[in-house]
Design a protein around this ligand. Structure first.
Ligand SMILES: [Zn+2]
Ligand SMILES: [Zn+2]
Length: 712
């Protein structure tokens, strides 16, 4: 018995059958006793198959039917005489305890038929239509038309006891969703257990590793529950089954070469099987059949086993597990070292993209609109290790914005490069570098490089990309280039050297790291900044990061400077300080080393936070009407008098506080309203709570600012 798709008219493997819940019926049908009165009631979800019944079976332990065993019943309508038999397979507690046996149309009944030597009556053909065996009344009808007509006929004849609603699982074709019909059919099967055993061993021993590792569990589940594989298909396209039949003596010959003579009777009346192999049977040979196996070609030696196989989890069993089994069985070697399982791309609501839903996104359209690098960047950035991606068109904007950022950084370097006389060479040691921002950016470069390298090795591609993104956007563009601009404005030769020996090489190295993620923009930039006639960036060797450049102290010092600049910028924003107004800074801190770091880098602070004067020391006092920022071991005061119109700012802040308090009141009233809570979806309620927290935080901040303004 095989799984048969009446639409595709082919057998399917067990794994190609999908399962669906279906609302159907249980029909209770009387089978009258051949002799005397009485009947046996049998329940079925597929009444049309009763036309192929060849017995009624009960459990040997079932007392209710003991006296009937060995007697016969009449099959309704067709009036075939059916024996009543006992079989251990029958569950006395299920249905009426008596089951109809249809050996040609049910896998379990097939086995019962074998045990009891029952006839096999085929009533449904390969296109799902009723055969002549089904009787004149039903011959030629579709199986479901037959079902309706048969039930009506049983009812008319008083042979239907009752009908019950019943939800059950049906098998459907994985390609066309047609209801699978179990059919009696000659097919080729492959015995899989010995192959699975080798595959299990290889993965258990760590010869093949899954990323993410959780998929190994699924792999083992499939392998440990493997069933024989129905590999023949009644289709036109595919590898033809390599089996020949001798018309003279009936010998069956399986052979890799086309045989000419029968090995038994030597006749030449051989005919090849007309079936083809399951598509997956061809696919599982892919890792070595593409390399001209079984010949031991140079390609085979070089490429087999390969390093990584990348695939979606939906074909973990169909393809990946089978390639592992085939490789180990036929070549004696695993086909690959690592399996990287990606997530699936779904729509914003988490639904699979399908034609019928019309929720697909055409990648070519996105490439046209945002650029190929942007599309590639966004997809990788969104793919958290093996998890599905909820995708929308807007998500590609991230990639485009990043590409623009990279291009602008490149243009800045190119422009500045033309202004300075090239001299010096790449820095080889961190210790010799004078400027903190230079030491810092090189340290960040090498630690980013280290992170990206580690993440690459763990197949955490989005984390590798994220590290490079943060480095390039925030460390390099937001901080380093801003500081460098200022240094170059001073036109000192030291800054020119930094441009040529630190800024450019750092950017070039970043392009190399970024190349696998954004191949086009990085190649274009590479060709423009690499020495004339350079090879493609694709074949450069980025080499390895150097621990010598990773300088914890420089990163700590720079972070302190960044914190100060960041806090001043914050205060300026919150207090509405006009950008042109230069502020004053008072820093109270008793740590001499920190004060020393600040003193040495006042230039950075002046330039990047609009400060013109800094007073600092352990005994500084907070002046009246100044904003306060606290960072570890340090208090920073910014006097506001002279920067802003205190009276107006006080009014503005008071108004803002009043507005926020109003909002808070209205949210609170919503959240205490039972009607609202009942009707609003959970995520809306959650959003309201979040808003409440944010507004309350803002009110507190603004009130502190108000207090600062009120101080005398
Ligand atoms: Zn089908
Ligand atoms: Zn022969």
């Amino acid at each position: 018995i095989v799984n048969w798709c009446p639409f595709h008219k082919t057998a399917l493997s067990d794994e190609e059958v999908k399962h669906a819940e279906k609302q159907g019926n249980f029909w209770y049908i009387y089978y009258p006793m051949t002799e005397g009165d009485g009947s046996i009631t049998v329940a079925t979800t597929r009444p049309e198959t009763m036309l192929g019944d060849t017995a009624i079976a009960v459990s040997p332990q079932d007392e209710r039917y003991k006296h009937l065993v060995g007697k016969t019943v009449q099959l309704p309508i067709l009036n075939r005489t059916l024996p009543i038999i006992t079989d251990d397979f029958v569950d006395a507690k299920f249905g009426t305890g008596a089951v109809k046996v249809t050996p040609a149309h049910d896998p379990n009944d097939f086995e019962i038929g074998r045990r009891h030597d029952l006839p096999y009556v085929v009533v449904i053909d390969e296109s799902g239509k009723m055969t002549a065996e089904a009787g004149a009344l039903f011959e030629g009808l579709d199986r479901f038309e037959c079902r309706n007509k048969l039930v009506a006929e049983l009812e008319k004849r008083g042979l239907l006891e009752k009908t019950e609603n019943h939800t059950y699982s049906i098998g459907i074709c994985y390609r066309c969703s047609t209801v699978i019909e179990p059919l009696l059919s000659d097919q080729w099967f492959l015995k899989m257990a010995p192959l699975a055993e080798k595959a299990i061993k290889a993965v258990k021993k760590g010869e093949i590793t899954f990323y993410p590792k959780k998929w190994e569990k699924d792999f083992f589940y499939w392998m440990e529950n493997i069933r024989d594989w129905c590999i023949s298909r009644q289709l036109w396209w595919g590898h033809r089954v390599p089996v020949w039949y001798c018309k003279t003596c009936g010998e069956i010959i399986a052979s890799p070469e086309n045989p000419v003579h029968c090995r038994k009777c030597n006749s030449n009346t051989l005919k090849q099987d007309e079936d083809v192999l399951d598509t997956w049977f061809s696919s599982w040979l892919w890792p070595f059949s593409t390399l001209n196996w079984p010949k031991n070609t140079p390609e085979m030696k070089y490429f087999y086993p390969t390093s990584v196989l990348v695939s979606g989890y939906d074909i973990l069993f169909f393809w990946i597990a089978r390639m592992i089994m085939a490789g180990l069985w036929f070549t004696g070697k695993k086909p690959f070292n690592s399996v990287y399982i990606t997530g699936m791309i779904k729509d914003e609501l988490g639904r699979i993209m399908t034609k019928s839903l019309g929720n697909g996104i055409d990648p070519l359209e996105m490439v046209e609109k945002y650029g190929a690098d942007a599309v590639r960047y966004s997809l990788i950035a969104l793919s958290t290790e093996g998890q599905d991606i909820k995708l929308s068109r807007q998500k590609f904007e991230m990639g485009r914005n990043f590409a623009n950022k990279i291009w602008n950084a490149y243009r800045f370097l190119k422009m500045k490069e033309s202004e300075v006389t090239p001299h010096g060479s790449d820095v080889t040691e961190s210790g010799t570098i004078e400027d903190l921002s230079d030491r810092w950016i090189l340290s960040r470069l090498h630690s980013t490089w280290r992170t990206a390298f580690e993440k690459f090795n763990q197949f955490k591609l989005n984390e590798a990309l994220n590290a490079i993104y943060n480095f390039l956007w925030h460390d390099y563009c937001d901080w380093y280039v801003e500081i460098l601009k200022d240094r170059l404005n001073g036109r000192n030769s030291e800054a020119s050297a930094s441009l040529m020996n630190v800024a450019l090489p750092t950017f070039k190295k970043t392009m190399e790291m970024l190349h696998p993620f954004m191949p086009f923009i990085t190649e274009e930039i590479w060709q423009n900044i690499a020495p004339h006639g350079a090879e493609s960036i694709m074949i450069t060797n980025p080499g390895n990061y150097s621990e010598g450049f990773i300088a914890a102290q420089s990163e700590k010092d720079m972070m302190l400077i960044q914190q100060i600049i960041y806090s001043v910028r914050n205060v300026r924003g919150e207090m509405n300080v006009p950008p042109a107004k230069k502020a004053q800074l008072i820093i109270k801190c008793s740590k001499m080393d920190k004060l020393e770091v600040i003193r040495k880098h006042l230039d950075y602070i002046f330039r990047l936070s609009g400060i013109e004067k800094v007073d600092m020391g352990p005994d500084m006092v907070k002046p009246p009407q100044s904003a306060t920022v606290v960072i570890p071991e340090m208090e920073i005061y910014i006097p506001l008098a002279g920067l802003i119109n205190i009276e107006e700012e006080h009014k503005r802040l008071s108004k803002e506080v009043a507005r926020l308090k109003n909002q808070i009141r209205s949210i609170k009233s919503n959240l205490s309203n039972k009607e609202f809570l009942k009707k609003a979806p959970a995520n809306v309620v959650e959003k309201e709570h979040e808003k409440l927290d944010t507004f309350a935080g803002n009110v507190e901040k603004l009130q502190n600012n108000l207090i600062a303004l009120e101080e005398q």
